[in-house]
Structures are given as structure tokens and as C-alpha cells.
Design a protein around this ligand. Structure first.
Ligand code: BTN
Length: 257
């Protein structure tokens, strides 16, 4: 039996596809979604040749050191609630990493996992809609686990990190992947059965950006303000210098020190 499969507690991860090298686990999982893959199907890979990040960026994906995973979900949600899936994945990853010894990990809106002020992981949610509802979604999770500075291209070294760089020890990728899948299962179940409040409450506990002065690049502009909260769809509520609140659905946030 796949050792990862033994760690799975819930519905998500009942079906796991383990790949050696793939272009992108998200591309692979979107294709599976189109072909009718079951809710909770997980795709993991050792290495990606065309790992995708947000906003058309590349996700550096060397072999043998990190986690590259995509999960097909079929949530009974409206299209406008799709950002909640990114919130869910960020909470689940952050909790699993903290429970595994990565104590300093926190969430930077919308989808970054940060430690020591540098990026340790990210989430790329891709969604197929039909008639105003989510037909299926793919949660793509990339976590830098055992990569060293030399695994990052020089331009990323000042802004990227890994669990190993932060804590000076190595981690079992299988154990961490299992912990993340089980946390995603727990938070998915909570969201469906109890609504969004428990998830949003946990996000606020784990986020390191709330209450800070930030600059957000969104809609082709840069907005400066205080990151006050997220709303019940997961949108950032930015208090502007004019004292009005701007709701932002996606963008790049930098904390101003
Ligand atoms: C980001 O912060 O820009 C999101 C990064 C998401 C990377 C993961 S790695 C597994 C999955 N497959 C991809 O091609 N991307 C996501």
C-alpha cells in the first residue's frame, strides 16, 4: 500500500495518484476533474517541470525535496465562494506545518505561507464553474520542505525559504503531506457542516498580516492602507487613508515595516 494512503483519515485522499515527474500537478488534476474524478482525489509528484504559481508565475519545483500536491474537490458552493477554498487550504497547511514543528509559519493574505518574513509555501486554486456554481475545484499546494538555498534561483533566495532552512532539520514529506490532507479534510467538513465562521476565525488566528500597514498591488494599481480583516467571502478589507474600506479579491500584499 502507498505509505501516504495509510495516513489518511477521511474522504479526501481515499484516491491518491503518486507521480514521479509531471509538468504541473494542477494541470494533471484539472484534466482529471474534467474527466469526472471523484471528490477528494489527490495528485502528488516528486518533481514538476512547469510548476505554476499565481499570476502566471513559475513555481520552482526541484526533485526529491518538497511537496507538490493538487486535490480535486466538488464543493456544493456558489461561484462567489471559491476564494474560501484558498482560505481553507491556507488554514489547513499552516496548522499541519505548525503541528509538525514548523512553529513560525503564518498566513499572508491571500495564499502565502510565510516564515521568518520569507515565503515557504503557496496555494493555487483553479476552478471550473457551471451555472453560477463550482463544478469542481483544484487546490494546488506547494510547500518548500527540505530544499536548501542552492535549490532556489538567485533572485528568489532573499524572499523564499523552506522548513529545513528555518528550523535546521529535515522532515518526512510523506508524514507532512498526510497531515496536510487530513487538515484539509477536517476544514472542508467543518465548512460544509458548520458554515464559514469557524474557518474565518481560525484564519484570523493564523494570519500575520492583520492590523498591519500594507501595500497591495491589485487591479493594476497599488493601494496602501491597514489590512483590517477578511470578509465572509475571504476578500481583504483594506482601510484606506480616506478611512473608507476597499474590498480586494486578489493581489500581492507587502507588509510595510
Ligand atoms: C503561489 O504562491 O503562487 C502558488 C503556488 C502553488 C504551487 C503548487 S505546487 C503544486 C501545484 N501545482 C502547480 O503547478 N502549482 C501548485
Amino acid at each position: 500500500m502507498n505509505p501516504l494512503k495509510r495516513l489518511i483519515k477521511g474522504e479526501i485522499g481515499r484516491n491518491i495518484i503518486s507521480l514521479g515527474t509531471v509538468d504541473s500537478t494542477n494541470v494533471f488534476a484539472m484534466d482529471l476533474g474534467e474527466k469526472g474524478a471523484l471528490h477528494g482525489t489527490v495528485v502528488v509528484a516528486d518533481c514538476q517541470t512547469k510548476g505554476r504559481g499565481r499570476m502566471g508565475r513559475t513555481w520552482v519545483s526541484p526533485a526529491g525535496v518538497n511537496i507538490y500536491m493538487s486535490i480535486v474537490l466538488r464543493p456544493p458552493f456558489k461561484a462567489q465562494d471559491s476564494l474560501l477554498l484558498t482560505v481553507l487550504a491556507a488554514v489547513a497547511c499552516c496548522k499541519a506545518l505548525r503541528d509538525s514543528g514548523g512553529g513560525g509559519v503564518s498566513i499572508k493574505w491571500p495564499n502565502d505561507l510565510v516564515s521568518g518574513g520569507r515565503k515557504l509555501g503557496g496555494i493555487l486554486t483553479e476552478t471550473k464553474f457551471m451555472a453560477g456554481k463550482i463544478l469542481f475545484a483544484v487546490l494546488g499546494v506547494g510547500i518548500n520542505v527540505n530544499s536548501g538555498p542552492a535549490d532556489f534561483p538567485p533572485d528568489l533566495r532573499p524572499i523564499a525559504t523552506s522548513l529545513m532552512i528555518e528550523t535546521s532539520r529535515t522532515y518526512s514529506r510523506t508524514a507532512l503531506t498526510g497531515a496536510i490532507i487530513n487538515e484539509i479534510d477536517y476544514w472542508y467538513d467543518t465548512l460544509v457542516k458548520k458554515g464559514r465562521e469557524p474557518l474565518l476565525r481560525e484564519w484570523r488566528v493564523l494570519a500575520s498580516t492583520l492590523g498591519k500597514s500594507v501595500i497591495v498591488k491589485a487591479e493594476g494599481e497599488a493601494f496602501t492602507g491597514i489590512a483590517e480583516d477578511i470578509d465572509d467571502e475571504g476578500m481583504l478589507l483594506l482601510r484606506m487613508p480616506s478611512d473608507t474600506i476597499k474590498r480586494i479579491s486578489s493581489g500581492d500584499l507587502t507588509v510595510l515595516r
